[in-house]
Design a protein around this ligand. Structure first.
Ligand SMILES: [Zn+2]
Length: 540
């Protein structure tokens, strides 16, 4: 937000810049793409960075855009190019609401983009499909494409793969009646950053009758919409030819697509990591007449339903998150956490993890979104929370523990051995000291501040209690990595003289809080050259 360049301009120079930007933007707001009336709105315009400074954008006129102040302040993404795409979707949402719908679907988006107008011309012959798009304008209209026709060995359904222009794509509202939810932004950002589409959308078409050649997408509408909003004009599609519609319908009845179910099951399973939680979820499904793969209910619904044991139910929910993190296969810190094995081997107790990582970073607020919300597009808040806390723990493991803390050396009487002059390697000593509960408690608590400062700097509102339930960008992770690296390089961790004083005895949380915030211990001993400065610590 804060621009040195802009604050160096006087009023006349700023006016010049505004008019120049307006001209390059053809007179419209960069975000909402509606006209700006400069005479009337000049006092209500923002100049902002297109690519945020926090994302390596430059503080330079080529990275500036002019926008209505209220568009800029209510934008849905820090990057203005993504914000513009979300504003386009906002207009489609508004139009859908005017038609009395809760949310738009792929059909509504296609209607905005001149989609869903034509039927493909296709001929099936000798296990091959010949097809074309003769209604297109330009040379594409004259091309005839050919593709092999495959047969699915189990369902016996026939299909081919094709790249299809939007004007030939339709939405299947019967098989896929769901609207597009708030989860779209994450997907738009992924595609915008150049990450590829991993699964193609699924469609079907009949080959005769008056619907012949109408290609209807019944699965993957979020992926399709995100790309359409990003100006993609042709989409890759797997097209079933003359399928048994009842079978397709059946496959989609409960969880939104049999073919998506493969990825879905795995994440739901992780979602249901702890046994008591899983038991309550199953009871809820049974007693409310739902099928076992129906997860369209929220944490709050569960607590309401089991109101006789509301406090326990809430604990099962959070236990499930904790379990999911502790036993996550990608949690690299796990090997350094003492889960009740041999004594004096591992540097971090489970209780420390519970009092730090879990109590600081797992949101205690019950969610109102369905348990399966956004699972297929990576925006489920609990999954994001788990995955990102695992990422944080693994990052710390990599910087502080791996290849440094020696499990065979362990934790037994380390400070005494130092005092007796034994040669404990520095990396081992550093990891041991940083892992002590009262110390870790303090330095981990600053990570909450790093999160909130990061978003405050970008002018993005942020809910304190939901620290890891939104996907943090790479630039945020770079800050955290810098912080942990800078912290680990402080000399106190390997200062052997400090063994008798600050690292001896049983100091409490406040003792270390005083050291980190003032540089000195409560007894006035200088431990750090200066208090921790988070702004500096997140720099490389
Ligand atoms: Zn605007």
């Amino acid at each position: 937000m804060a621009s040195r360049y802009l604050s160096s301009l006087n009023a006349a120079e700023r006016g010049d810049l505004e008019r120049k930007l307006l001209a390059t933007q053809q007179g419209v707001c960069f975000i909402c793409e509606d006209p700006i009336d400069y005479e009337i709105q000049r006092a209500h315009l923002d100049i902002d960075h297109i690519q945020p400074l926090a994302d390596q954008g430059k503080d330079d006129p080529r990275n500036f855009a002019l926008a209505h102040a209220n568009c800029n302040r209510s934008k849905q993404a820090a990057d203005l190019r993504v914000a513009r795409v979300m504003a386009r979707f906002g207009k489609i949402q508004g139009a859908a609401r005017d038609l009395g719908k809760d949310a738009p679907n792929l059909g509504d988006v296609l209607a905005f983009r001149n989609g869903a107008q034509h039927s493909i011309r296709l001929v099936v012959e000798n296990r091959r499909v010949r097809y074309g798009f003769p209604d297109l304008e330009g040379p594409e209209a004259n091309q005839v494409h050919e593709a092999p026709l495959y047969v699915d060995p189990l369902s016996r359904m026939q299909y081919f793969f094709a790249l299809v222009p939007l004007s030939y794509l339709h939405h299947d509202e019967r098989i896929n009646p769901r609207g597009i939810g708030a989860s779209l932004r994450g997907l738009v950002e992924e595609f915008f950053k150049g990450r590829p589409q991993l699964h193609v959308s699924l469609a079907w078409t009949p080959t005769d009758g008056n619907e012949a050649g109408v290609v209807r997408i019944f699965d993957g509408q979020h992926k399709a919409v995100a790309q359409i909003l990003l100006d993609v004009a042709w989409l890759p599609v797997r097209i079933f030819v003359d399928p048994d519609i009842d079978v397709l319908l059946q496959a989609n009845t409960n969880a939104g697509g049999k073919l998506r179910q493969v990825a879905f099951d795995k994440s739901v399973q992780r979602h249901l990591g702890s046994a008591l939680y899983r038991d309550r979820v199953e009871r809820f499904q049974r007693e409310t007449g739902r099928s076992p793969d129906d997860f369209r209910f929220s944490e709050r619904d569960l607590v309401k339903f089991f109101s006789g044991e509301a406090a326990e139910m809430k604990r099962y929910i959070l236990d499930n998150v904790r379990d999911g993190i502790t036993h996550h296969p990608e949690n690299r810190l796990r090997q350094y956490i003492d889960l009740g094995g041999r004594k004096n081997v591992k540097p971090i107790s489970y209780s420390s993890v519970d009092k730090t990582f879990y109590s600081f970073f797992i949101s205690p607020d019950l969610l109102d979104t369905p348990l399966d919300y956004g699972l297929d597009v990576g925006t489920n808040p609990r999954e994001l929370e788990k995955d990102q806390i695992v990422r944080l723990m693994s990052l710390i493991s990599e910087i502080v523990f791996e290849g440094r803390f020696e499990l065979e050396r362990g934790t037994y009487r380390i400070e005494n051995k130092i005092q007796e002059g034994e040669d404990i390697p520095e990396p081992h000593l550093r990891a041991y000291r940083m892992a002590k509960e009262e110390i870790m408690y303090n330095w981990l608590s600053y990570i909450s501040q790093i999160v909130t400062t990061f978003y405050a700097f970008q002018g993005v509102p942020f809910t304190q209690t939901k620290l890891f339930q939104v996907r943090h960008p790479d630039s945020f992770w770079a800050n955290v990595e810098n912080y942990v690296r800078n912290l680990a390089s402080l000399p106190l961790w390997v200062n052997r003289q400090l063994s008798l004083t600050v690292f001896g005895g049983k100091p409490n949380y406040e003792f270390w809080n005083k050291i980190f915030t003032t540089g000195s211990s409560p007894q006035g001993q200088q431990v750090l050259v200066e208090p921790l400065n988070l702004t500096k610590m997140v720099q490389p």
